[in-house]
Design a protein around this ligand. Structure first.
Ligand code: F6P
Length: 334
């Protein structure tokens, strides 16, 4: 596991709130539990906000108890529910949301979510002065400043489970499959899944798709007797339908790959042991950072250590794929 900082409490809070926002990720429940139980341990009252920023705007906010977060550590999804809330892009709406918290005497907010949700959290603190701590929760693992995000490990394993099965039928019928994984505009999930699945090729949004090169490589493998079946992992990218279009284009080059889109199964299921421990630690440390006087930051993981990352950095920098990992992925193709 990770090295955890020792933090001394220097600030007092009576009440804080926690919410989950954006695409759900397996491990959000243990993260909420980590926040709630750590806060209660320090004598702080904790509120749960329903449906992310939508619940904040509507005042859908309720007190959470220690018992209320029992029996959730192993459950996928988020019991607080999640939502994508486009209204929160407006400063006036964010100001109204802050007044909902102030009405209840809530002095700080912990946000569990992806890049967009944490960017919203930064703006919220900057404009309203309410202290915010972010916890990275997304299967995409695309958040700047952290090597790991809650849900990524589970999603990798869920995709692998499916791909191992697809490979059985691909082998039997000597077929190629294009398997689409999630990840929107980033290829972290695809690269990790591709390496772990022993994929013949990996297509990521960070690089232009070269249909001719893919087709040529398949033909070469066949000619060299390296096999006439395999898995090509494709990251979904921003424009829906990429994998089907790729299959159509490959047909013009004499290949007829099958397409399998894994979709939202990657977002569900029991969180892995890794994600449960990561989520529990980040939930606990989020509260401890708050008590140590920090705010406008995310609890992240850097080279094996839990660290504080200014939320502002997430708005200014983009996390890039590790070139060494890409090199390994390329070297391991047959
Ligand atoms: O950000 C997580 C994620 O699962 C992406 O990988 C995917 O592109 C997106 O969410 C899908 O979001 P929604 O379920 O809202 O369509």
């Amino acid at each position: 596991m990770y090295d955890l900082p020792t933090l001394e409490p220097i600030r007092r809070y009576k009440s804080i709130a926690v919410l989950t926002s954006g695409g759900d990720a397996p491990g959000m429940n243990p993260a909420i539990r980590g926040v709630v139980r750590t806060a209660l341990h320090h004598g702080i009252k904790v509120y749960g906000v329903q449906r992310g920023y939508s619940g904040l705007i509507n005042g859908d906010i309720h007190v959470l108890s220690s018992k209320g977060v029992s029996n959730i550590v192993q459950k996928g999804g988020t019991f607080l529910k999640s939502a994508r809330c486009s209204e929160f892009h407006q400063a006036t709406i964010r100001a109204n949301a802050a007044s909902q918290l102030r009405k209840l005497g809530i002095e700080a907010l912990i946000v569990i979510g992806g890049d967009g949700s944490l960017t919203g959290a930064h703006l919220f603190e900057e404009e309203t002065g309410l202290p915010v701590i972010g916890i990275p929760g997304t299967i995409d693992n695309d958040i700047f400043g952290t090597d790991d995000t809650i849900g990524f490990d589970t999603a990798v394993n869920t995709a692998l489970n499916a791909i191992d099965k697809i490979r059985d039928t691909a082998d039997s019928h000597e077929r190629y499959f294009l398997v689409e994984v999630m990840g929107r505009s980033s290829g972290f999930l695809a690269v990790h899944v591709g390496i772990a699945a022993g994929a013949e090729m990996i297509v990521v949004p960070e690089f232009a798709v070269d249909v001719e090169a893919i087709s040529l490589q398949l033909a070469t493998s066949k000619r060299k007797g390296l096999g006439s079946s395999g898995i090509i992992v494709v990251a979904e990218g921003n424009a829906p339908g990429l994998t089907n279009r790729l299959a159509e284009q490959m047909a013009h080059h004499g290949h007829t790959p099958y397409v399998s889109i894994l979709g939202h199964i990657q977002r569900g299921g029991h969180p892995s042991g890794h994600d449960r421990v990561l989520a529990s630690c980040l939930g606990a440390k989020a509260v401890e950072y708050l008590l140590a006087g920090y705010s406008d930051m995310m609890v992240g993981v850097n080279q094996g250590q839990v660290v504080d990352v200014p939320l502002d950095n997430l708005t200014r920098y983009r996390k890039g794929l590790d070139p060494e990992l890409l090199k390994i992925a390329l070297q391991l193709h047959k």
